[in-house]
Write a protein that binds this ligand. Structure first.
Ligand code: SAH
Length: 292
C-alpha cells in the first residue's frame, strides 16, 4: 500500500473518545503512523509477513496500519479496556473485520514485578523477595518479530517510558520501533543500550507531533513536540534465552487464554455500564415527553 493511501485509510479511524490523562492517551496522528510504518516496512522489511505487537495499542492506529501493510499475526496490548473496545470498533469497520488480537495487560506493572533487578536488594521481606524471583524466571512474555509502540512519555507515571521500552525489548525478536521526544535523545540511547542491553539503537526518522490540547493543561490549542522514531534491536542472546521450547509456548497460550477471559469480563461490564446509561437516558426522554 502506498503511503498516501495508508495515511488516508488511517484518517478514517476513530481515536480516544474519552482520553485518560493518567494513561497519557495521545493518539498517533495518521501522518506519524504512516512514517513509522513506511520506514519499518520499506527500509527494514520489519512489517510484511512479520508478527507484530503494538504495545499500548490504544484505538489501534499502529496495529491497523501494520495489518494494512501486510503484517502476519498482530497483537495489540493495552491496560485500558475502554480503549480496547474502541480499537475493536475500528477493526470491525473493515469488511471482513481486520484480524488483530487484543489483550489487556499492565505493562508497567509487569516490568515492575518481573524485571526490576535493581529492586532486588531493597529491604523487603525476604520471603517475598524469594517469591518474586521465582515468578520472575517463570513469566513468559508474548513475543513477535516486531514491536511498535507510542509509549507514555512518563510524565504522569514516572518511569512508564522506560518500562515500556524494557517490555518491548523482551517481546521483540528483531526490532522495536518507538516514538520519543527529540529532547530525550541522549537519555533514550543510554537507557536502550546501557540499561537494557540493546544491540543497537538508532533514530530512523524525525517528525513534528501536533499534540491537541485534549486535557486543558496546555495554554495553546495545539503544542508541537519534536519526536524521534527509534529502531532498537534487542540483544540476540537475550532473545534466545527468553524464547523457545514447547513448555514455554504452552504457558504463553495459557497466559493469553487467561487474559482473553479477563478482557471479556471487563468489556462486558463496560457494555453493561453503557446500556444502563442508555436506558436511563431513554427513560428521561420519555419522561420529558410525558410532561409536554
Ligand atoms: N498506540 C496508540 C496509543 C498511544 S497512547 C496510538 O498510537 O494512537 C499510549 C497508550 O498506552 C494508551 O492507549 C494507554 O492506555 C496505554 N498505556 C498506558 N499505560 C499503560 C500500561 N501500564 N500498560 C499498557 N498500556 C498502557
Amino acid at each position: 500500500m502506498k503511503p498516501k493511501q495508508l495515511q488516508s485509510e488511517l484518517q478514517d479511524l476513530r481515536t480516544f473518545s474519552n482520553p485518560k490523562q493518567n494513561l497519557e492517551q495521545y493518539a498517533t496522528t495518521p501522518l506519524l503512523a504512516t512514517k513509522l510504518l513506511q520506514v519499518a516496512s520499506v527500509e527494514f522489511n520489519d512489517i510484511e509477513e512479520k508478527s507484530v505487537i503494538d504495545l499500548g495499542v490504544g484505538t489501534g492506529v499502529l496495529a491497523i496500519g501494520a495489518k494494512l501493510m501486510g503484517a502476519g499475526h498482530v497483537l495489540g496490548i493495552d491496560v485500558d479496556a475502554d480503549a480496547l473496545e474502541e480499537c475493536k470498533e475500528n477493526l470491525e469497520m473493515y469488511e471482513p473485520e481486520l484480524e488483530v488480537e487484543l489483550c489487556l495487560m499492565d505493562v508497567v506493572e509487569l516490568i515492575r514485578r518481573y524485571d526490576n533487578e535493581e529492586d532486588e536488594d531493597e529491604d523487603e521481606d525476604e520471603d517475598e523477595d524469594e517469591a518474586v524471583s521465582v515468578k520472575r524466571k517463570d513469566y513468559v512474555w508474548p513475543r513477535a518479530d516486531t514491536v511498535l509502540t507510542n509509549p507514555p512519555f512518563g510524565t504522569r507515571r514516572k518511569g512508564a517510558d522506560v518500562a515500556f521500552l524494557a517490555a518491548a525489548m523482551k517481546m521483540a525478536e528483531t526490532a522495536v520501533y518507538s516514538f520519543h521526544k527529540t529532547s530525550t535523545r541522549e537519555y533514550i540511547e543510554k537507557v536502550a543500550v546501557k540499561k537494557l542491553g540493546a544491540k543497537s539503537a538508532k533514530v530512523v526518522a524525525e517528525m513534528k507531533y501536533g499534540l491537541k490540547n485534549q486535557y486543558g493543561h496546555h495554554r495553546k490549542d495545539e503544542v508541537e513536540v519534536f519526536v524521534d522514531v527509534w529502531r532498537i534491536e534487542p540483544s540476540s542472546s537475550k532473545a534466545k534465552k527468553d524464547a523457545d521450547d514447547d513448555e514455554k509456548d504452552e504457558m504463553f497460550e495459557q497466559n493469553l487464554r487467561d487474559l482473553a477471559a479477563n478482557i471479556e469480563e471487563l468489556q462486558l461490564s463496560a457494555r453493561q455500564r453503557k446500556d444502563k446509561e442508555r436506558n436511563k437516558n431513554s427513560r428521561k426522554n420519555s419522561d420529558n415527553r410525558k410532561k409536554w
